[in-house]
Design a protein around this ligand. Structure first.
Ligand SMILES: C[S@@+](CC[C@H](N)C(=O)[O-])C[C@H]1O[C@@H](n2cnc3c(N)ncnc32)[C@H](O)[C@@H]1O
Length: 349
């Protein structure tokens, strides 16, 4: 059937229901954000079976509003109750919404929407007329911090699964090796790797002063000063050619201006030792019309929409592979899609 002709099987009610579902999603996003800001999820994780009265009293909040928040959260399945008098978090939401050190925590992703994307969408009215941008760099420390928390699940995945899973790499990690995290942001991945492999030398490089300032403050407070370093600027400032065993780029490739992407990858190639690994975790934009409704592309498509006015352009799979090959990598590129639609690319020099 021609996709541009009308489909009589779809009723107006069906389309109306979609709008109501998306609009509910908007409210639920704000309900979750409120729950995080007011400490409701943490409280319910620590004090299950609490009544709205107890929650309101303990956190000095307005009881009638908390009661409605609890009933609404129950209606959408975030809370459970037997009698609408006391409430617990529904299964797994303690990890997903109450514990920001858990790899499954998604509070940062919700806050990125409410605290930052909402403002970007307001700015979009003007930007869609003029093409204006507000880039990632130097927005605020709280923006850099929220982004770091939003992607922290990927740091755990990289530290505990992807790095040790690189062929022949587990022993190197234990014995000691040199790792460069390009676009390190607030340095969360750098610290995780350095804590897990105490013999590793881990360097983070970024062009964002705000993220690096958080990373530096953290480093001063840590016991990792001898094996961690942060560098502001371009990749060559981070080390000598042929000196790194692994270079990681977590949610960075799509953030780099397309004009300099090839240069960045060329520099990564140059800094890697022979047989060193480049490990990219990023998002892939569909290149074919038939892929736009596939599940694995829904998350990247929303990222591209949300980050449009940051100046970000998500690369397609073809563009990613061209960049990697043109940088000089000749071995097979391992490609995997995980979770909601993150792409993992692994290639060896
Ligand atoms: C989404 S953040 C991810 C931060 C970090 N990798 C993490 O996982 O928390 C993207 C980062 O890439 C950095 N970036 C963008 N272009 C860069 C470039 N040319 N060189 C180094 N870093 C860059 C940004 O400043 C930002 O800190």
């Amino acid at each position: 059937m021609n996709k541009l002709s009308k489909n009589d099987d779809i009723s107006p009610e069906h389309q109306v229901a979609k709008i109501f579902e998306w609009r509910r999603g908007f409210n639920v996003t704000y309900l979750i954000s409120l729950g995080i800001d007011l400490g409701l999820f943490k409280y319910l994780a620590q004090t299950p079976a609490s009544t709205p009265q107890q929650i309101a009293q303990s956190l000095s909040l307005h009881y009638p509003y908390i009661e409605t928040w609890c009933k609404t959260a129950f209606a959408v399945g975030i809370l459970e109750t037997e009698n609408c008098s006391n409430y617990i978090l529904a299964d797994h939401f303690d990890k997903i919404l109450a514990n920001d050190t858990n790899p499954r925590y998604l509070g940062g992703y919700v806050k990125l929407g409410v605290d930052f994307a909402a403002k970007d969408f307001k700015f979009s009215i003007e930007a869609y007329r003029t093409g204006a941008k507000v880039p990632f760099q130097n927005r605020s420390e709280s923006f850099a911090e929220t982004v770091g928390i939003a992607v922290s699940g990927l740091h755990a995945l990289t530290t505990h699964k992807l790095l040790p899973g690189l062929n022949g790499f587990n022993k190197k990690l234990e014995r000691g090796c040199k790792i460069l995290d390009v676009g390190c942001g607030t340095g969360k991945l750098v610290f995780q790797i350095a804590k897990k492999w105490r013999n590793a030398n881990v360097i983070g490089v970024d062009i964002d002063k705000k993220g690096l300032s958080i990373a530096e403050k953290q480093l001063v407070k840590s016991d990792l000063k001898t094996n961690v370093e942060f560098v502001e600027g371009d990749i060559p400032a981070a080390g000598k050619p042929n000196s790194f065993d692994v270079i990681t780029m977590i949610e960075v490739l799509h953030e780099i201006s397309p004009k300099i992407r090839q240069k960045v990858l060329n520099n990564c190639y140059r800094l890697l030792k022979k047989e060193g690994w480049l490990l990219i975790v990023d998002e892939t934009y569909p290149s074919k019309t038939e892929d736009f409704r596939k599940k694995e592309y829904q998350f990247p498509i929303q990222t591209a929409f949300e980050e449009l006015t940051w100046g970000n352009i998500l690369p397609t799979a073809e563009a990613q592979e061209k960049l990697i090959k043109s940088a000089g990598f000749k071995t097979k590129i391992n490609r995997n899609i995980i979770g909601e639609g993150f792409t993992i690319l692994e290639v060896q020099k």
